[in-house]
Design a binder for this molecule. Structure first.
Ligand SMILES: Nc1ncnc2c1ncn2[C@@H]1O[C@H](COP(=O)(O)OP(=O)(O)OP(=O)(O)O)[C@@H](O)[C@H]1O
Ligand SMILES: [Mg+2]
Length: 305
């Protein structure tokens, strides 16, 4: 399974190229799922279809989905409150229902919700040859892509702290026998501890996503236009990928016109200066109006086949 991410400044053509790539790959016989993560979805508009959180069949080989980040964020918080209540069932200190509404707006929730959907797709949609992701605005995309690694590092730390707690409990157990708090026998060994179990489960999930993001089967693409505004934002994306130690694979110079070839060339050079192994694809500005914007004459899939 291959995963393609289309990133870039607003309006450069991310959704159009993601939709065109998904369509063209499916027409070549590959099974494709295209997913929009942009809160302001337009994948459905491009395919002239009403899309939702559940994937919808478009043709035999092509399925489409618009991730409902709002719903996912609420579900993410509700699930975590359940976990806290379950794991810490002996205490009422974590009665967080009261904070539910506020937590929905806390920093990071949208990112974790997006990552949770992405992780579920990677885990469950293994029947597809290609997963094509249309991404949200740059900042959010970079934060989502940064999360798996950050989370794994945090879980490692939390696990170490939890181990120390269990060791202290073990010492108490040796002195005073079974350790019981409010009628609940507390675990003092790793294999009995629900917190460790949960941390290990989360570790596995996030490490799995990180592995996929770093894998050769994942292609990160930046879409830009032959102009200086999109150059600056694309440079920030490329720097972001470098910081996250993720490789850029394809740069699409979209809406290319021969009349702009001088500017286009300069933008390409400045953008890709010093980067290696990036496929540069010039996608011409089309001058026809079509209702089905995914049906592109120009082949955008060459770098993925
Ligand atoms: N190669 C092209 N030739 C002509 N028009 C194009 C081309 N690519 C995209 N467009 C047009 O540019 C506009 C923006 O495209 P699109 O919605 O795909 O961009 P986007 O990067 O997804 O934008 P947003 O950030 O708003 O999600 C659309 O009207 C689209 O039809
Ligand atoms: Mg878009």
């Amino acid at each position: 399974m291959k995963a393609l991410f289309f990133t870039g400044k607003g309006g450069v053509g991310k959704s159009t190229l993601a939709a065109a790539a998904a369509w063209q790959l499916s027409e070549r016989g590959f099974k494709v799922l295209a997913v929009s993560f942009d809160p302001a979805h337009n994948l459905g508009d491009i395919y002239n279809l009403q899309l939702g959180h559940k994937k919808k069949k478009f043709t035999k080989n092509l399925y489409l989905q618009e991730a409902d980040l709002d719903k996912a964020a609420s579900a993410y918080i509700a699930q975590n409150i359940d976990i806290l209540n379950e794991v810490y069932s002996y205490t009422r200190a974590f009665n967080m229902d009261l904070y539910f509404k506020v937590l929905r707006y806390s920093p990071g929730v949208e990112e974790y919700a997006s990552l949770t959907i992405m992780e579920e797709i990677f885990r469950s949609e293994t029947g597809f040859d290609y997963l094509v992701f249309d991404t949200p605005p740059t900042g959010l995309t970079l934060r989502i892509l940064a999360l798996p690694n950050i989370t794994v590092t945090w879980i490692d730390r939390l696990r170490r702290i939890r181990k120390q707690i269990l060791e202290k409990r073990y010492t108490i157990h040796n002195i005073s026998g079974q350790y019981i708090e409010k009628g609940v026998r507390l675990a003092y060994q790793e294999e009995d501890d629900r917190v460790i179990k949960k941390l290990d489960e989360l570790w596995k999930r996030y490490a799995g996503v990180y592995k996929i993001l770093k894998s050769d089967n994942t292609k990160l693409c930046v879409v830009f236009n032959p102009d200086y505004l999109s150059l600056r934002e694309s440079q920030r994306i490329i720097t972001g990928f470098k910081d996250l130690q993720l490789g850029l694979h394809v740069a699409y110079n979209n809406k290319y016109q021969d009349s702009l070839s001088d500017v286009a060339q300069e933008v390409e050079q400045r953008l890709l200066n010093g980067t290696t192994g990036v496929d540069l694809v010039r996608v011409p500005m089309h001058d026809y109006v079509r209702e089905s914007a995914y049906a592109f004459d120009f082949d955008v899939t060459a770098p993925f086949r």
